[in-house]
Design a protein around this ligand. Structure first.
Ligand SMILES: [Zn+2]
Length: 729
């Protein structure tokens, strides 16, 4: 089938990116030789088959990481695309009248080799890259994107899809097939296949222009961020960042050829981590201003003109495709469905958030006074005084917490245990399967009746050649049509212990493990025939629902008691420590939620412009959007400003940043349902698995939620969970 590729490391919870093609009998035959045989019989005139040419014969078609070489990827991409092109041509020019089997199911079967190489490449490129793989990405990514466009703009192929779609009521399709047909029709239409030839030319020109501006934005942002590092000659102005911080700053300066100086480099959010420890207020303000204006200096790295152009061109593209604005174009297949629904949802969060921000501002102002200072709170003071207050109120010391969270125990007795209690699944480590890095662990997952369900790979430790953050995806997607069971993986960046030492992690890291395995369960419980609707192939504003939901179990009393035990004494974590963790998690939420709502609304406003709107002045537009939000944006600026909002201008999250908040509403609401129905029970888990986790995208998201809960989602539990409304969640 044909879906979006994630050549870049997938977002935390990617849609799988399946491209499939039926392998020829000859290729299958080549691959039946074992590793040893292949090597022994390979001769100069008969090179060994590409390891992606046929499905792996290992259990669950686990990829042959032991046989795959860096040099295999590029030819596999090329061959995979050629094979799918041929297959699509055969489908499009099939003399037989179109039916579901010879058109839709055939498309779902196509591109198998491309699917195999893309799944493995995405994993390794994100988690364990090297210059050779970077090169493959650079060369193949644009080709893949063109390959996909060519399929979705194929007129002959679409004529068959449309013929089926037009008679869909008469086709006697089962509900999943009906959904698959409708999704194909929508995706073709969305790509512009129904436009006139002239309009298609316009669309293609718009796409090219937008894509080149996106690249330019990215380059300027990267340069601007680098150039905006704070450089100081006198290290005393950095007081507070600690010995380690000072060494890092000195190294950062040296790497820029500034020996003897100190550099604080910027990360791509408005607030900077060291702002919570810098004691010198002038330095704090200087660093904050560097961050805030990094791409607004009127120099070569200024991105404002580019983003106003992107916004305008996207509005024109949406209009060409029949939508009032780009947000409507992007949200058509999301749970929220319209920008209005997403905005209305965020507006409902504003009053409680604003009230909390006011309380926080007042508390921090008191803290400043208590510190013997008389200045008025500014954004660059926020994190420092929040940390002082946090320390005072909760006295939560990481060194006190970490001995209770040992990675392997958290995984086996926490993450797996919760899944066992809820869903009855069990786990057995597999040391016999090849992996992409020695740090990777593999487990076979068994269903409640002991039957094999799939494989789960875990690559937890930080490496220099691994992308930041944490994410989940599939190495093999589940599909009854293709006879495949799910092979999923979780990647994170947890600190690797010294050899022989236990991996003690923070509570945030524990939550990350539960989160990513929540995506994992969504992938493992997939139970679909067609890949396009299988497992985690769901909307952006739905995909974080299972993962965030799974986070809740990290603090469930029964689960916690099972995994949080002292590494030396085996004693369970003391109740007062749990209480501190719980309360500290609800601290500073007016700021935390406010900065995300402000950024999400800014994103939505930019993408709600109509095609007839003139090119916007970024400063005026942003100021108006923030003012309109109803939040305290003076003290709590947006998490990303327009000019450095990478997610929305170049990373595929245009009109989609709200999705993180939306899914939070879903998961907190459903957790409240669990709490009201007895919490961690097999019965509750089974219901959630049956009605949500195993459904993929076979149904409308809102309908799925309603069926589970008997009502539409509500923001109450989300506000409670963040401590912004009374009540327990
Ligand atoms: Zn996620």
């Amino acid at each position: 089938m044909i879906a979006k590729y994630f050549m870049a490391p997938p977002p935390p919870s990617s849609r799988p990116s399946p491209h499939r093609l039926r392998s020829s009998a000859a290729l299958v035959a080549l691959l039946t030789a074992s590793a040893l045989c292949t090597a022994a019989t390979a001769r100069a005139d008969a090179p060994p088959a590409n390891p992606f040419a046929a499905a792996s014969t290992l259990s669950f078609q686990a990829p042959r990481f032991d046989l795959i070489h860096d040099s295999d990827y590029q030819p596999a991409f090329e061959q995979g695309m050629a094979e799918q092109r041929a297959e699509v041509d055969r489908i499009a020019s099939d003399p037989a009248a179109p039916d579901f089997e010879n058109t839709i199911a055939a498309l779902e079967r196509s591109g198998r080799m491309l699917d195999r190489v893309n799944n493995v490449f995405s994993c390794v490129y994100g988690a364990d890259t090297n210059p050779a793989l970077d090169k493959v990405e650079e060369i193949e990514a644009p080709k893949l994107s063109a390959h996909q466009d060519a399929i979705f703009l194929n007129q002959k192929l679409f004529a068959r899809v449309k013929a089926l779609y037009d008679q869909r009521d008469a086709l006697k399709l089962d509900p999943e097939q009906r959904q698959v047909l409708e999704l194909y029709y929508q995706q073709f239409t969305h790509a512009g296949v129904q436009l006139s030839a002239a309009d298609r030319t316009t669309l293609s020109a718009l796409n090219t222009r937008i894509s080149s501006l996106e690249t330019s934005f990215q380059q300027k942002l990267m340069e601007g961020t680098k150039a905006a590092a704070l450089i100081v000659d006198d290290k005393t102005v950095l007081a507070g960042i600690g010995a380690e911080g000072m060494i890092g700053a000195s190294k950062a300066a040296s790497s820029r050829g500034l020996d003897g100086k100190w550099a604080i480099t910027l990360q791509n959010t408005t607030q900077q981590p060291v702002l919570s420890s810098l004691e010198n207020r002038t330095t704090r303000e200087a660093l904050f201003q560097k961050s805030w204006t990094r791409t607004e200096k009127g120099d070569a790295n200024d991105t404002r003109d580019i983003i106003s152009q992107i916004a305008q061109l996207r509005a024109q593209k949406a209009a060409l495709l029949g939508y009032p604005d780009y947000a409507s174009y992007e949200l058509y297949d999301q749970m929220a469905k319209t920008p209005q629904a997403a905005q209305a949802f965020m507006n409902r969060l504003v009053p409680a958030t604003r009230a909390e921000q006011e309380r926080e501002t007042s508390d921090l102002q008191h803290e400043i006074t208590a510190d013997g200072k008389s200045f008025k709170l500014k954004p660059w003071d926020w994190n420092l005084y929040t940390d002082k207050l946090r320390q005072k109120r909760f006295d939560l010391n990481q060194n006190e917490v970490r001995p209770y969270f040992e990675l392997n125990t958290v995984l086996r007795d926490g993450v797996f245990y919760a899944a066992n209690q809820l869903y009855g699944v069990t786990f057995k480590e597999r040391k016999d399967l090849p992996v992409w890095n020695p740090d990777v662990m593999v487990f076979e997952v068994f269903d409640k009746d002991g039957s094999p369900l799939g494989l789960a790979y875990f690559d937890y430790f930080k490496r220099d050649n691994k992308n930041g953050g944490a994410w989940m995806s599939n190495l093999v997607g589940q599909s009854k049509l293709l006879g495949t069971k799910p092979v999923i993986y979780n990647i994170a960046n947890l600190p690797k212990p010294e050899k022989g030492q236990p991996a003690l992690i923070s509570f945030e890291d524990v939550v990350t493990m539960f989160h990513e395995f929540g995506h994992g369960l969504h992938g493992l419980f997939a139970n679909q025939t067609y890949p396009i609707v299988s497992g985690t192939a769901v909307a952006r504003d739905f995909v974080e629902f299972p993962s965030q939901f799974n986070e809740h179990w990290a603090l469930d009393p029964k689960v916690l008691a099972h995994y949080a035990r002292n590494i030396d004494t085996g004693a369970p974590i003391p109740a007062n420590l749990i209480d501190k963790i719980r309360r500290a998690a609800r601290f500073n939420q007016g700021y935390a939620l406010g900065e995300i709502i402000a950024a999400s609304k800014l994103d939505m406003d930019w993408h709600s412009l109509s095609a007839s709107a003139p090119k916007q002045n970024v400063d005026t537009f942003e100021a108006a959007s923030l003012k309109k939000s109803g939040l305290d944006v003076t003290d709590v600026p947006p998490r990303y400003r327009s000019s450095y909002f990478l997610h929305i201008w170049a990373n595929g999250y245009a009109a989609g940043y709200y999705a993180y908040l939306w899914t939070e509403m879903l998961d907190d609401d459903v957790y409240a349902w669990f709490r009201d129905h007895g919490g961690l029970t097999r019965e509750n888990g089974q219901r959630f698995r049956d009605m949500i986790l195993s459904q993929g995208h076979t149904q409308d998201y809102a309908a799925m939620f309603r069926a589970f809960y008997g009502k539409d989602p509500d923001i109450g539990p989300m506000l409670q969970h963040r401590g912004l409304a009374p009540g327990e969640n």
